[in-house]
Design a protein around this ligand. Structure first.
Ligand SMILES: *Cc1c(COP(=O)(O)O)cnc(C)c1O
Length: 385
């Protein structure tokens, strides 16, 4: 089918909640994508930090193929080995408690919110201005952005947004607070790194009042920032965290991971999902986690991130580079959405704009140095064009 035909079907038959770029991708390998006419693109977006090990990683493809031919789904009424092995690996690589599986990032946050409220028998949830936690009602209520929330009122009550400053955060947490929910690096709002001081203040406020500190590591997790989980670099350990995006190596899976304190809050019947943690996605995620939890790969992410950040800072029209590891953003003095479109259509470089002046770069963690430099050159050409 031609692109024009796909666009006709979309306009007639697909609910218009996305603004798509006029490109049809048909194949991917590593950091490369190909469109329906055989043109090659360099991917600096990874499907928004999902295919972080590159497209169609051969070991993930092999594991999925094998599992697909053996058993795809049974429901959580029964045991399967991939889910249990994945839970064990996720817990031991992070907070050491227990895991609840789901199918996406927003669902992981829904689970975290229910868990925190049950642990506290109610209570408010404190979130930060600029946060993004998802699009379903609980996580949307935790996403204090007027344009995303306003059309869908009334929202879930009991959410309280404060400025991302230690004093404001400390002042907002009290004996009636169930949880503080935050992204260690705010992704969707433009890659804003929260200071260690702010994370420390959140930890202290939660400790003082018995609230749960929950990190949304849906975008920052799975090696994206140069450590397996972003919290590991800060030294501030949350009581629970949510992961998704790159967890499945390209297939949809999310998880809530707790520390010891919150491990036994849910009882049978409290929460669930038909698809969650099925053998197909759990097999993919286990392989993705094993491949990512590799000191050599993580060190390389830090190296490449430093190199990329430096190269970006020297480009014309780049006013500021923010981020950590291979989760980076550039603030531009030209409109970012038009630049992203030009980079895609004229330079065949895939990246996205998170706002009117901000470009986000999320290249594969497995990208080669040559490809990284090639991407910077394509971006420079788009900026010059
Ligand atoms: C993408 C994202 C979400 C939502 O994940 P979905 O899988 O799209 O529901 C939540 N929080 C953060 C930080 C994200 O980056």
């Amino acid at each position: 089918m031609s692109l024009a035909e796909l666009q006709r079907i979309e306009s007639e038959r697909v609910i218009g909640s996305y603004a798509r770029m006029p490109v049809e991708f048909v194949r991917g390998e590593g950091a490369l994508l190909w469109d329906d006419e055989g043109n090659e693109y360099l991917d600096f977006l990874c499907g928004i930090s999902v295919t972080s090990l590159g497209h169609c990683h051969p070991e993930i493809v092999a594991a999925v193929r094998e599992q697909a031919g053996r058993l795809m789904h049974t429901s959580n009424l029964f045991y399967t080995e991939p889910a249990m092995r994945l839970a064990e690996r996720l817990s031991s690589s992070s907070l050491g408690g227990k895991v609840f599986f789901c199918n996406s990032g927003t669902e992981a946050n829904e689970a975290a919110l229910k868990l925190a409220r049950k642990a506290r028998r109610g209570g408010k949830v404190v979130v930060l201005e600029g946060a993004f936690h998802g699009r379903t009602y609980g996580s949307l209520s935790a996403t204090p952005q007027e344009a995303k929330q306003a059309p869908f009122a009334p929202l879930v009550p009991g959410f309280h947004a404060v400025a991302a400053e230690p004093a404001a955060l400390h002042g907002a947490v009290d004996g009636d607070t169930a949880a503080v929910l935050l992204e260690p690096i705010q992704g969707e709002s433009g890659v804003h790194v929260l200071s260690d001081q702010l994370l420390g203040a959140a930890r202290a406020a939660c400790d003082e009042h018995g609230a749960a500190l929950i990190f949304d590591e849906i975008q920052t997790g799975m090696g994206r920032t140069g450590t397996l989980w972003a919290y590991q670099r800060s030294g501030v350990v949350p009581d629970a965290m949510t992961v998704a995006k790159a967890l499945g190596g390209g297939v949809p899976i999310g998880a809530l991971i707790t520390g010891a304190r919150l491990a036994d809050v849910f009882a049978p019947g409290d929460h669930g999902s038909t698809f969650a943690g099925g053998p197909l996605v759990a097999t993919a995620a286990l392989r993705a986690l094993e491949l990512t939890d590799d000191p050599a790969l993580l060190a390389r992410v830090q190296e490449l991130g430093a190199e990329l950040s430096e190269s970006l800072a020297s480009l014309p029209h780049v006013l500021e580079v923010r981020g950590r590891g291979l989760m980076l953003a550039c603030r531009l003095d030209v409109p970012a959405p038009a630049l992203a479109r030009r980079a895609l259509l004229e330079q065949r470089l895939v990246l996205n704009a998170t706002g009117p002046d901000t470009l986000r770069l999320l290249p594969p963690l497995t990208i080669g140095s040559e490809q990284l430099r090639d991407g910077v050159q394509r971006l420079a050409a788009a900026l010059a064009g």
